[in-house]
Design a protein around this ligand. Structure first.
Ligand code: NI
Length: 256
């Protein structure tokens, strides 16, 4: 059994065939799918899906790209959404200094505000960090963002940073790029990281793994990420599936 710990299946790219996508996931052995919001609307959609399907759980938040849209009203509405028992974390939030689609000071502010919501509700945070490693770590430490646990999604840093994040209470999640031939740095981290802190994800519809690069990604493809992790660690895919699913249930406090 596998868990896709980071999927955007509420995205409009799944509007026409979500039933089929969920069936594919089931056939691929997926036990659960964590549906992640990236703005208020998609967070609300995530909660809706989590209420309609027992295998889906929701994470609500505003992506750093959309930080410029965050205001008091949105934060209040997010807080209300986040109280729902099917919401297992706040996110995805964080910093993206690669694309810089929102001003950096607004990204930081929205990040801190969402950490505060997570803390008020005793829920973990799901963090997006692209080319902002030091700034993200500084905020995590200052705000004690990992107090209720957290996930660093689609991990792209090196091992020492992963160690610091784990010390702060974070789990490290690997996505499709783990399967890319040239992802040597990520392979090195995956080879050495303690397996009891590892999650697997697709980040679908983005980041399709090998051999499906360029196509729309979907939760079933998390099996390719698991396969690559098994290869790197010299383990059976079943063992990787078991430990990463257990980890996902721990951090998101999913029982059963
Ligand atoms: Ni994402």
């Amino acid at each position: 059994m596998l868990i896709d710990s980071h999927a955007h299946i509420q995205d409009e790219k799944f509007k026409h065939d979500l039933d089929e996508v969920l069936e594919n996931a089931q056939k691929a052995g997926l036990e659960k799918i964590i549906c992640i919001g990236y703005d208020y609307e998609t967070s609300r959609e995530a909660v809706k899906l989590a209420h309609n399907f027992p295998q889906i759980y929701a994470v609500v938040g505003v992506h750093p790209h959309d930080s410029k849209k965050v205001n008091e009203d949105i934060l209040q509405k997010l807080y209300e959404l986040a109280r729902d028992p099917r919401v297992v974390a706040i996110g995805e939030t964080g910093l993206d200094f690669y694309r810089d689609l929102s001003p950096r000071d607004q990204q930081k502010k929205a990040f801190v505000e969402q950490i505060k919501i997570a803390q008020e509700l005793y829920k973990p945070v799901v963090i997006h960090d692209r080319e902002a490693h030091q700034e993200v770590l500084d905020i995590i430490k200052k705000e004690r963002a990992g107090k209720n646990g957290g996930v660093m999604h689609c991990y792209s840093g090196r091992l020492p940073l992963a160690v610091e994040l784990m010390r702060e209470g974070f789990y490290i999640s690997f996505a499709g790029p783990l399967t890319y031939k040239n992802a040597k740095k990520t392979h090195e981290v995956a080879a050495k990281i303690p397996m009891d802190r590892v999650l697997l994800e697709t980040d679908c519809p983005y980041l399709s793994p090998e051999p499906l690069r360029g196509k729309r990604n979907e939760p079933a493809n998390v099996k390719y990420v698991a396969q690559k992790m098994a290869e790197i660690r010299g383990k059976d895919i079943e063992e990787i599936a078991y430990i990463t699913s257990l980890n996902a249930k721990k951090v998101f406090r999913i029982t059963g």
